[in-house]
Design a protein around this ligand. Structure first.
Ligand code: ADP
Ligand SMILES: O=P(O)(O)O[C@H]1O[C@H](CO)[C@@H](O[C@H]2O[C@H](CO)[C@@H](O)[C@H](O)[C@H]2O)[C@H](O)[C@H]1O
Length: 450
């Protein structure tokens, strides 16, 4: 291994966006080029990691280079290669400027191709500030007008976030933030499709994300020992209902501008097989799931027998309260990438819109229960959490039903999607926040028993 791959192999596992946590590395290779030769210089690397279970992943890693160590950037320090010091290019503000300069110029630099959407102003010459709460990707806010998301895990093909936002441009849907541009990288090998590296979107100012709003409502409820969820000042049910309406409006436009398919009853059988396979794979990673496996298999088997007609369409794929923003006028839905752990092809598949309804219902459970993690033995709070979750889950469904004409509540398909999401969450939590694993496990106990 070169000095740089050694350095990356030490540094990457500690990064939140690194999805290979818990896996053993078998090999690592890297190819890089300079995007900017200024001071600091900015290089961009594709880091290809193969694990001992034969899975491999390619990550995008921008590094900035300085000839001496800078104490102000200690938090971004990656390490030294010879006389040069490498920093995380997304945390070194000066190194974030070239991305937008190249987008404005529609440049090609080495294998990188910059594509401005050509519809709105892209700020130039300003540095980007890393958003707090970095998750699967890394986002920078430029001057409160644009936000650039850097996709960390590269996969050949257009990223669904870009594809969906591009398609929705003609709809003027009020629940979407406009696309400003995107960046593609050529395939690493001959014949491989380009992958999406970055996505630039209009920044929505003065907004608060749904997770923050929902959890302050739960906090309000806990503070009032004798009041119910509909009696406290921070009641969230009105917002949950509007969020249901917004979700239905987004689904309606997705079905208008992207392909749909009326699927036959075979679809249910295939779905039940997929859900069961995902349960089996997850149980191998999270042994605690075994306790619920029988109940979940029964739930999935019932899905195979359903016959109601389904129109499959493009969906969000990972809808939760952290993906929606409340502005002064209403809700904005973000991040149409789908679940980060799924392959790009799977994330682009047509699906039932109930997949997203289930995602949001899970999120109401999470918002209600996450404060119980610290106090697991408090039955009074557990009861109130349940009450808050139920109230907001049914308000969301009521809003969705009013706007779409279809009431999702009570559907067995919805229940199976909720269970599938909770199974996915068990793996996500086991890998990223093991102390939160009890949240999806508790929900599965409910979903698997009936
Ligand atoms: N267009 C936007 N305007 C304002 N804030 C945004 C915008 N897009 C994303 N954000 C903020 O960045 C956070 C992460 O964005 P997201 O697209 O969900 O990234 P990730 O894929 O890493 O989860 C969101 O929760 C939101 O707070
Ligand atoms: O936002 P991402 O696309 O990175 O989604 C991943 O991370 C989410 C956590 O931030 C995770 O969501 C889970 O935790 C949320 C609370 O933090 C909760 O609201 C969601 O309902 C729950 O699924 C998401 O599953 C994962 O893909």
């Amino acid at each position: 291994m070169s000095a740089l791959t050694d350095l990356l192999a030490d540094w990457m596992p500690g990064q939140r966006w690194f999805a290979g946590k818990g896996r053993t590395w078998a090999s690592v290779t890297e190819d890089g080029f300079f995007l900017d030769q200024g001071t600091p210089a900015l290089s961009v690397h594709r880091v290809h990691v193969t694990y001992t279970d034969d899975v491999s992943e390619t990550y995008l890693v921008p590094l900035s280079w300085r000839s001496s160590q800078d104490d102000d950037l200690a938090h971004a320090y990656v390490g030294a290669v010879g006389d040069n010091h490498a920093y995380d290019g997304m945390r070194d503000r000066e190194a974030t400027v070239p991305w937008l300069t190249h987008l404005v110029a529609a440049s090609t630099v080495g294998p990188l191709h910059f594509h401005p959407a050509g519809v709105a102003y892209i700020p130039e010459g300003v540095p980007g500030d890393l958003i707090s709460g970095e998750q699967s990707n890394t986002s920078l806010i430029y001057g409160e007008t644009a936000i650039m998301k850097l996709f960390r895990r590269l996969e050949p093909g257009l990223n669904p976030d870009v594809e969906v936002h591009d398609a929705l441009r003609t709809t003027e849907n009020p629940h979407i933030a406009p696309l400003l541009g995107h960046v593609q990288i050529e395939g690493a090998t001959e014949g491989e499709e380009p992958a999406t590296v970055a996505f630039l979107q209009a920044f929505v100012p003065n907004a608060s994300d749904g997770w923050r709003l929902a959890t302050s409502s739960v906090r309000d409820l806990y503070a009032e020992a004798d009041l119910h969820a509909d009696e406290v000042g921070g009641d969230f049910a009105g917002e949950a209902e509007r969020l249901g309406e917004a979700t239905a409006a987004v689904h309606r436009d997705l079905a208008r501008v992207l392909p749909t398919a009326d699927v036959g009853t075979d679809w249910y059988g295939e779905l039940a097989t997929q859900l069961t396979a995902r349960l089996d794979a997850a149980t191998a990673i999270v042994p605690e799931l075994a306790e619920h496996a029988e109940g979940l298999r029964t739930l999935y088997a019932a899905v195979a027998d359903l016959t109601a007609p389904v129109t499959a369409q493009r969906v969000h794929g990972d809808l939760h309260l952290g993906q929606v923003l409340r502005t002064t006028t209403g809700w904005i839905v973000l991040d149409f990438e789908g679940e980060p752990a799924r392959s790009l092809a799977a994330r682009r598949e047509l699906d039932s819109p109930l997949r997203d309804v289930a995602g949001m219902l899970r999120s109401f459970d999470y918002a209600a229960r996450h404060m119980l993690v610290e106090q697991p033995g408090d039955p009074q709070r557990a009861y109130r959490a349940q009450e808050w979750a139920e109230r907001n889950r049914s308000s969301f469904c009521a809003g969705y039903a009013a706007a779409s004409g279809t009431d999702p509540a009570g559907s067995p398909l919805l229940r199976a999607f909720e269970a599938d999401k909770a199974v996915y969450e068990c793996v996500y939590e086991a890998r990223n926040r093991p102390h939160w694993l009890m949240i999806p496990l508790t929900s599965l106990a409910r979903l698997a028993s009936s």
